[in-house]
Ligand binder design. Structure first.
Ligand SMILES: C[S@@+](CC[C@H](N)C(=O)[O-])C[C@H]1O[C@@H](n2cnc3c(N)ncnc32)[C@H](O)[C@@H]1O
Length: 293
């Protein structure tokens, strides 16, 4: 018995990484506690374990984009729209920006109380190159505290048309990369419902308008199709994939857009034409401003 005890005593205490394999090397425990991802005792529960995995997963997509811009121009700026509690911005700062002397993360969020909390947390952690704007994505476009050029634009579940405003922001700020995980968008489905796509009304596809749930989901899909075409028409190469680990959410579509230096083979014009055709076919012409090219 005494032998067993000795053996247990001799075993080294598990490292933090062994206790919490979800943690990235060097990831700040203090930050994760402040974000209430880790409990005060440094533990994860089922929900926060999932959240940590999800955000870390997304961070892995964004880090190489930041590194690429930084290597090219010696600086890098990122704007996160509909930032909420700024999990994404804080974790990116912690894992990528913290050890560098340049680079800036700006969180855009309408809820002033969340912005205040984020400002206080950034000050507490000494994350000096983070700022938070209590404003809408739309207003952020002309906000004096944001630079004329923003390299990377992110919008993670930014509500309704905030993703579209984030795209407009990225286009105006000549973003090199946009990383978007859209939320539900009601605008397109609303217009579709109003006009019931006359051109389809005599085809079996009229079934899409029979059940409001189908119209809504179809509207959501078409919205993302239009967003991708809009980005392509502006010279971005677009990849659409699934955000692994978000299976619990229907909204797990990840749109990655990279600005291309040249227009190869008239891709921009083709996307522009196709966008017009989709708007026409679904009787969504009144949304041409929303998806402007
Ligand atoms: C579902 S939360 C997502 C928060 C965060 N991105 C995340 O994934 O944890 C959406 C956030 O977007 C904010 N929001 C909605 N519309 C906005 C707008 N037009 N401009 C700025 N923020 C907006 C909401 O207040 C909310 O905090």
């Amino acid at each position: 018995m005494a032998k067993h005890k000795d053996k247990a005593a001799a075993r080294p205490a598990p490292t933090l990484q062994e206790q919490l394999p979800e943690l990235r090397p060097g990831q700040s425990v203090e930050l994760l506690k402040a974000l209430h991802i880790l409990t005060r005792e440094g533990k994860l529960n089922q929900d926060t374990r999932r959240k940590l995995k999800q955000v870390n997963h997304l961070v892995q997509f964004i880090e190489p984009l930041l590194a690429e811009v930084l290597a090219e121009r010696g600086d890098v700026s990122l704007a996160d729209h509909g930032a909420g509690k700024s999990y994404l911005g804080f974790m990116l700062y912690d894992l990528f920006f913290k050890d560098k002397v340049v680079g800036r993360v700006s969180g855009v969020e309408t809820r002033a109380e969340l912005v205040e909390k984020s400002r206080a947390l950034a000050a507490q952690l000494g994350f000096a190159r983070m700022d938070f704007l209590a404003t809408t994505v739309q207003e952020a476009l002309t906000h004096p505290d944001l630079p004329a050029r923003v390299d990377v634009v992110t919008a993670l579940h930014a509500c309704d048309t905030a993703t579209d405003d984030a795209i407009a922001f990225g286009l105006a700020k000549q973003a090199r990369h946009m990383v978007l995980v859209p939320c539900c968008q009601a605008e397109v489905a609303g217009v579709m419902r109003q006009h019931k796509a006359f051109s389809l009304s005599r085809t079996p596809l009229a079934e899409l308008w029979r059940h409001p749930l189908h119209t809504r989901e179809f509207g959501s899909q078409i919205t993302n199709v239009l967003r991708c075409l809009q980005l392509e028409a502006h010279g971005y190469s677009v990849t659409v994939t699934e955000l692994v680990g978000w299976e619990h959410s229907l909204k797990n579509e990840l749109i990655l857009a990279r600005k291309m230096p040249t227009d190869r083979g008239g891709a921009r014009e083709r996307a522009r034409e196709r966008l017009g055709q989709v708007l026409e076919a679904l009787n969504l012409r009144e949304l041409s401003q929303r998806f402007a090219v």
